[in-house]
Write a protein that binds this ligand. Sequence first.
Ligand SMILES: NC(=O)c1ccc[n+]([C@@H]2O[C@H](COP(=O)([O-])OP(=O)(O)OC[C@H]3O[C@@H](n4cnc5c(N)ncnc54)[C@H](OP(=O)(O)O)[C@@H]3O)[C@@H](O)[C@H]2O)c1
Length: 310
Amino acid sequence: MASPSKVSVVTGGNKGIGYAICRGLCNQVGGTVILTARNEQFGRAAVAKLKEEGYETVFEQLDITDTYSIVKFKERVTNYYGGIDILCNNAGIAYKCASTDPLMEKAVNTLETNLVGTWNVTNYLLPLMKAGGRICNVSSMCGILDRMWPDKRHPIRLQLLSDALTEEAIMKIMRDYYTAIECNDYKHYKKDSAYSLSKVLLTALTRVQARLLQDDPRGILINCCCPGYVSTDMSSHKGPLTIDEGARTPLMVCQLVQGCTITGEFFREMKHFNWEGNYYYHKGEISNNDPSEHFDDYQKLLGAGYYVAP
Ligand SMILES: NC(=O)c1ccc[n+]([C@@H]2O[C@H](COP(=O)([O-])OP(=O)(O)OC[C@H]3O[C@@H](n4cnc5c(N)ncnc54)[C@H](OP(=O)(O)O)[C@@H]3O)[C@@H](O)[C@H]2O)c1
């Protein structure tokens, strides 16, 4: 449903899934869609391209690893846009499997972007989120717990699943990975797994942030999702999904209807999915079957006027 007063922000909107999320928000939400990019030239080119396609977005510079850039962006949102209804934390990086860059360099760059950068953006922008706001962190199926720590008693897995988990503890798990690389000791971590670790910790962070927002009167929902395997530069265009198909689940998470209470959760293929392993939720129950047959129920999480065939 188009909402002329809504303000949406997408990080890494200049290409790939982020670009399609901006296009989808123009189509499905309307209002002001702020396409952000770290590179001004790329960002402005994307805004111009969307304009040619008939979509109106505005460009703002935002490098999620640069605190100065985040603070400037926050100032501009405060002064020119008033507040934020939808924040889609899409920006991310992944080294190619064939990369021979030093492990530590890959780990620090990947985790500082995908985890710490995303965390900072949300922390800085949270005061600007309006009542009923929605935050979507674009995570990945690479960050599923069963894939990272299949042993259900693994201490890090148990720590991440604990209701007492804190943001600080998540950052310590990240720093312990750096130590593991330094000491060449991979007892608790897979060796070259910075991307997966960044996404598993981002999902854990989403859960903690949702808990911290529980008593916030604005009723903000924060969830994360996997967009699927999408044909973008990141996947070297090997993914079978188009960027618009990849944008569908993030767009759904950005538009969970008022009254929806799902927060701190993981979605894939437009369905509520269990982050630990391999099952879906359906009507609050665990279901071992892909609940595509109940797709209408999922559609109800969306605003009126938006329908995507399963
Ligand atoms: N493609 C897939 O199959 C897949 C699967 C699962 C999850 N994901 C996730 O989906 C999201 C989008 O990925 P994609 O496939 O669309 O990748 P992509 O085509 O490589 O696009 C990534 C976007 O993030 C931006 N970015 C990177 N670092 C940034 C920073 N420090 N500040 C601001 N923007 C930054 C990039 O900007 P530049 O153009 O300046 O580099 C680009 O706009 C990522 O979070 C990714 O992990 C993708």
